[in-house]
Structure formats: C-alpha cells, structure tokens
Design a protein around this ligand. Sequence first.
Ligand code: FES
Ligand code: FES
Length: 172
Amino acid sequence: MDNALARSGFPTCPLAIIINGTPYTLDIHPWTTLLDLLRNDLELTGTKKGCDHGQCGACTVLIDGERVNSCLKLAVTLDGAEITTIEGLGTPGDMHAMQKAFVEHDAFQCGYCTPGQICSAVGLMNEGHAHDRSDIRELMSGNLCRCGAYTNIADAIEDVLGSAKRYEEAAE
Ligand code: FES
Ligand code: FES
C-alpha cells in the first residue's frame, strides 16, 4: 500500500496481516477499523458497512476462522492474524458450499447483507453449535436482513449443515 498516511504527519502503526491468503505489511492509523482497512485501503469492498456500530452484521468476516464484526475491530490489534472475507471464500467459478447454497436457495434480494450472512454462516459451522433450524435462527440473529430473506437464508444454511452432517455420518 502507498503509505500516504505515513507521510501525512498523523501517527501510524505497523501491521503484518494475512488477508485471503495474501500477506500484507502495512502502516495504518491506530484508529483504523478492520472494516475500513478492507474497504478503503485494500479495496476489498465485498465486506459491507451497514450500521458501523456492531448491530447489523453486514461487516462480518472471519478472523482465524471465527466470525467477527469487522467494524468493531481495530486493525492494529490483528498483527499476525489471518482474515477471510467473502472474496476469499470462493470465486464465481469455484464457490464455497455456503455461497452455492445461497444461490440455489435464492437467499437474498438486494444482496447487501449477503457477504456478512455467508461469512457468519461459515463461522457458525466452524463453531459447531447449530444442530437444527432453531439453532440456526438463533445463532444467526446478529445478521440482519432488511429485505427479510430470513426463510431462504435459513434454508441455505440448513442445507449445508445437513450435507456436512451426512458427510460426517458417512465417514464413520
Ligand atoms: Fe458492522 Fe453493522 S457494519 S455490525
Ligand atoms: Fe437485502 Fe438482506 S438481501 S438486506
């Protein structure tokens, strides 16, 4: 990254971070959130800014496999961390199973909440606490959808969760 920030006279902090498998060595302002780093500095605009206050889940990404609201995370606290955004989960030609399920179940309308919904759903699967649809609804309650696509979102996640369970059973 061009360190115009470092030359601006404001204090900066060094940050070594891996985003979607690519290592970055940066100098950032200490008040930069992970969300602003992704969108403004690295042009990874798949991650969306909704409320900017930890209340909508639109900015959800994975930090070392755990789902986090990136608007609440100061980037300087993430030295050495591995971040996965929606761009790192899959590509149009090689989608993650959760991305495929959202397409197959038509689990979006405007799509603004969708990157956060998908990253959160992958984090939910990593946690392993969702065992049925009711768990999915409860554990996805931090991700709001103003279009109200909740039924199809739950269908998509339930589909992937069910497939994973069948896979585990078949492997036993
Ligand atoms: Fe982060 Fe709403 S933008 S929770
Ligand atoms: Fe529009 Fe969720 S699809 S906000």
